[in-house]
Ligand binder design. Structure first.
Ligand code: FAD
Ligand code: UDP
Length: 366
């Protein structure tokens, strides 16, 4: 008999939820992570008494009451509502695309006027069956918004032409004909009071966690430690890149302490021009309505990914999806390993989707 029922590789949300659930059912779990902290990409670091979202801004949102209740067992959430602002040259727009944006852009005041403007632009474009991000964006909001708020941001974010990107990426953003700047349509939204680490600490409470441990440094040893493995790292790496390497988009973060109380007046400001090298500036204190004397901001720069860099966003284009499907087919035959999470499933998952997926995978094993 192995020493553990489960070896969980990765202490991000997927690994932490899975470990929590099986431990609750009496199983013995070991969680390992190659980083020097638990929590994966939701980890926060305290600087100047402010929780810094170290791997990019994270706003929790879900429509699913069961998932909302689940996270609320561990930590209370505040009423933060994400309402990013976009700067394009010297113009300022509200996001997501809503009546405020349409008014700022065209001076229109009613939904009817805004719809007419968009319809006219869509008609001129001649797009009827959008096949890529550019066509999808134009057919949703017309050419003006595409040019000012989408094309530049998207092409620097992804390092690819908008024509070469999948349409689903832009469908993440709501388009609405009300004066509502809430970035999400979901019923529940907020930031954990005290930061995401509280959520992770609650999930991993009482579970053995070993940090600074890379599964691949001694995969034979770790594999024989447990009856089953839950793998939340990169699936191509697990299979020795035998069908090729899956591509990602990476990021660079430049974090600065600023000696002012309020730097930009909002947690998230997007810079949608192609020529500004960063995509957004995050002012972390606004996620928790902080009143500290100083502030901490992070410039987020898109970065070309190569092996060894952090893998932030899967590039779900046809070429990469085809490679992923080969790994997936292999993984389905593997009875010892459960693959889950953003890296193992090569999917642009949000936190609530990761939690939902981890919960349903634990249900499958009981
Ligand atoms: P991860 O958090 O990546 O965890 C995987 C863990 O596995 C890591 O800790 C890693 O160190 C470890 N690991 C990998 N390989 C090994 C190995 N070989 N050995 C040991 N350990 C290993 N979601 C939202 O809902 N709202 C948002 O606002 C939001 N913003 C985001 C912003 C950015 C910039 C990014 C990149 C993502 C954002 N997300 C957001 C998505 C969110 O981060 C993910 O859905 C979630 O954190 C994924 O959890 P995970 O457990 O799958 O992966
Ligand atoms: N996007 C854009 N302009 C913006 C914000 C987003 O064109 O001001 C596009 C861009 O392609 C981005 C996608 O919408 O990758 C999804 O945006 P989201 O804010 O959901 O990205 P994330 O927070 O996951 O990086």
């Amino acid at each position: 008999m192995a020493q553990y029922d489960y070896l969980v590789v990765g202490s991000g949300l997927f690994g932490a939820v899975f470990a929590h659930e099986v431990t609750k059912k009496g199983k013995k779990c070991l969680v390992i992570d190659k980083r020097n902290h638990a929590g994966g990409n939701v980890f926060c670091e305290k600087i100047e008494e402010i929780n810094i979202h170290k791997y990019g801004a994270h706003i929790f949102h879900t429509n699913d009451k069961a998932i909302w209740d689940y996270v609320n067992q561990f930590v209370e959430f505040n009423r933060y509502t994400n309402s990013p602002v976009a700067f394009y040259k010297d113009e300022v727009y509200n996001l997501p695309f809503n009546m405020n944006t349409f008014h700022q852009l065209w001076g229109v005041k009613t939904p009817e006027e805004a719809k007419a403007k968009i319809e006219e632009q869509v008609k001129t474009s001649g797009i009827t069956n959008p096949k890529n991000l550019e066509e999808q964006a134009i057919s949703l909001v017309g050419i003006d918004i595409y040019k000012k708020l989408i094309k530049g941001y998207t092409e620097k974010q992804w390092g690819r032409k908008a024509k070469e990107l999948p349409a689903f990426i832009i469908k993440r953003l709501p388009v609405r004909f009300t004066y509502d700047n809430n970035y999400f349509n979901d019923k529940y939204q907020g930031i954990p009071i005290g930061g995401y680490n509280k959520l992770i600490d609650g999930l991993l409470d009482g579970i053995e966690v070993k940090l600074n441990v890379d599964f691949f440094e001694n995969r034979e040893l770790y594999t024989q430690l447990a009856d089953k493995i839950v793998f939340t790292g990169k699936i191509d790496e697990y299979y020795n890149n035998q069908f090729g390497t899956l591509e990602y988009r990476s990021l660079k973060f430049d974090t600065k302490v600023i000696e002012v109380e309020n730097f930009q007046g909002n947690a998230v400001i997007n810079y949608t021009e192609r020529d500004v090298p960063y995509t957004r500036i995050i002012e972390h204190k606004h996620f928790e309505f902080g009143t500290q004397k100083k502030t901490v901001i992070t410039y987020e720069y898109p970065d070309e990914w190569s092996l060894g860099k952090e893998s932030y966003y899967p590039v779900n284009d046809d070429k990469n999806n085809a490679v992923y499907n080969k790994y997936k087919a292999l993984s389905e035959k593997d009875t010892k390993v459960i693959f889950g999470g953003r890296l193992a499933e090569y999917k642009y998952y949000d936190m609530h989707q990761i939690i939902g997926s981890a919960l349903s995978k634990t249900k499958l094993v009981f």
